[in-house]
Design a protein around this ligand. Sequence first.
Ligand code: ADP
Ligand code: MG
Length: 376
Amino acid sequence: MTDFQSVFGAAPEGVWAAPGRVNLIGEHTDYNDGFVLPVALPHSAVAAVRRRDDGLLRLYSAQGDGLVTELKAAELDPAAVTGWARYPAGVVWALREAGHPVGGLDVHIDSDVPTGAGLSSSAALECVLAAACNELYGLGLTPAELALTAQRAENDFVGVPCGVMDQMASMCCAEGGALFLDTRDLAQRQVPLDLAGAGLRLLVVDTRVKHDLGDGAYAGLRAGCERAAALLDLLALRDLPPAALDGALVQLPAELRPLVRHVVTENARVEQAVALLDAGDLAGLGPVLTAGHASLRDDYRVSCPETDLAVATAVAAGALGARMTGGGFGGSVLALVAAARLEQVAAAVLDAFAEAGHTTPRVFPAVPSAGARRLS
Ligand code: ADP
Ligand code: MG
């Protein structure tokens, strides 16, 4: 690790960490005012940070191009910043836009969250900087307020119209639990997820198929959902109850129907998953995951051959359930697996990818971990 001292020539004032996430269930629901159920990963973005009194924002990432990006905190312009620096610069910009007195900073980032893998390396990067600014500049913002600021950075500075799930997960998840979040009012509850106690593991398969959520596909899906809600005279698709789904579908143009069906059934799956976890039936989550994948594959159409293969192979090899996680078009799959079958499922997925001639995926178990925090 290239440390802060060697890049900036002094010691940092503090070090913060913010995690990536896997979403158990509730995909493409967050921009429909719906429900999500993410878990924080042990993988985190770590930021060592020191304030500067000359107003300069100097950004370095161990995963970047080896250069220090230098910007003026008071003159940040979305049109003028390119590359990865848009994420941390966007956070400073969003805080300043909201009237917070954030000035110059030296920032050293080192992250082990795989990028572009649907595990939310972008939110980890944004949230770690938001948490650092909050403390160094004494802003007194809550984790949810910081998550909203980080989302604003991604929406309006980076230009990705993402919902708030990733940032809320990175800021608010707790160790040993999943975050049941209502994205309409940000009401949240930690749902205990004692996988080890139930003899289960969450296996993550990073297919290494890179998505690019900035490429318009995501924006198109989001626009489709908003159009459907407007045609149904609803504030958001979250307001369509499952019992009213069939009646609503016939009122919509054919191309919007599968989108609406996914969002409505997916919200119901989140509520079902939470009820199962509350009842201690962790294994019962398996079929809910697999049903969620079918909906993403057949209705929302955001899966790809690699994610479909990982899901089908994991289930055939004995996983209790599996689904793609994240925005889609590649990225990662999560599988709920009995501890005793972990190796068998992982090996089956690796074999299937080799046989199909796909790039070797990265396969690792995920332990529900803590949200953003100060390390030193
Ligand atoms: P995801 O959030 O699923 O990983 P995104 O496309 O939303 O995928 O975000 C990935 C982008 O975030 C990268 O292309 C890069 O610009 C930025 N990023 C994330 N982590 C880092 C890092 N450690 N260093 C530099 N840039 C990073
Ligand atoms: Mg992202």
